[in-house]
Design a protein around this ligand. Structure first.
Ligand code: 6GU
Length: 234
């Protein structure tokens, strides 16, 4: 999978060389390109923003550099491509969305700053490629970079060969065996630590009882923290 990031803060993407995503890049499962939007400016000051037409606070990203960036990046466009625009006004990012996006050949993240990108860029992009405006949740970040990193990690770990044991993808929150329940608590050795014991059932070797205990724990935690997920199931 090819992953491109268009940004005015390329340094945000240095962590992509770490951990599982970094290894996926080293092994050729993914290929990463970080692109400075200012490379597509044409003025001396390399301007990327301007005041909002119609008035209001803040600055808006100018359409011209984005148009040139998209033209260049999409010039060699083979396979299934999606342009992702991280924005707090996008559709919510979910595990289902991550699974879908993991099926593309190329993802291009258009990371806006300030109050966002001129809306005509979105409209123009849709004439060239599939576009998804995606939000991480109901809070405001300063720009799309951190959101693009989070989405990248969620997507890349689903690619074959990235996570060592594919079973660990199965049983975790928001996927697989426990459907939309949150994950049950986990323990390792020692059996007793600072006066706290691992729940006895986990030491019993009784697989059916262990599975039942974990299910109950998952349901209780979900009921407490995310009752909306239980409503969705029923
Ligand atoms: Cl995707 N972008 C920004 N700027 N803020 C956000 C977000 C995205 N998701 C939640 N807040």
């Amino acid at each position: 999978m090819k992953l491109d990031y268009v940004t005015i803060f390329g340094e945000y993407f240095t962590p992509l060389s770490l951990s599982l995503v970094g290894k996926a890049a080293e092994s050729g499962i993914i290929e990463i390109g970080v692109h400075d939007l200012r490379e597509w400016t044409t003025d001396l000051h390399r301007t990327v923003d301007d005041t909002p037409v119609g008035g209001g606070a803040g600055m808006v990203m100018k359409p011209e550099p984005w148009g040139l960036a998209l033209d260049d990046l999409l010039a060699d466009s083979e396979g299934r491509i999606c342009l992702i625009i991280p924005t707090p006004s996008g559709v919510p990012f979910t595990q289902a969305e991550a699974v879908e996006l993991s099926g593309y050949d190329r993802l291009i993240f258009a990371c806006g700053r300030y109050e966002g990108i001129d809306a005509r860029v979105h409209e123009y992009a849709r004439t060239l490629v599939e576009v998804r405006e995606i939000s991480l949740g109901d809070y405001v970040l300063n720009g799309g970079e951190v959101a693009a990193l989070a989405m990248t990690e969620a997507i890349v770990r689903l690619l074959p060969g990235v996570v060592g044991n594919p079973e660990s993808l199965e049983e975790e929150s928001h996927s697989g065996a426990l459907e939309s329940l949150l994950e049950y608590p986990v323990y390792t050795k020692p059996a007793s630590w600072r006066g706290m014991d691992v729940p006895e059932v986990l030491l019993s070797g009784h697989h059916a009882k262990i599975a039942q205990w974990r299910r109950e724990q998952a349901e209780n935690i979900t009921q407490q923290r995310r009752p909306d997920l239980l409503k969705k199931k029923n």
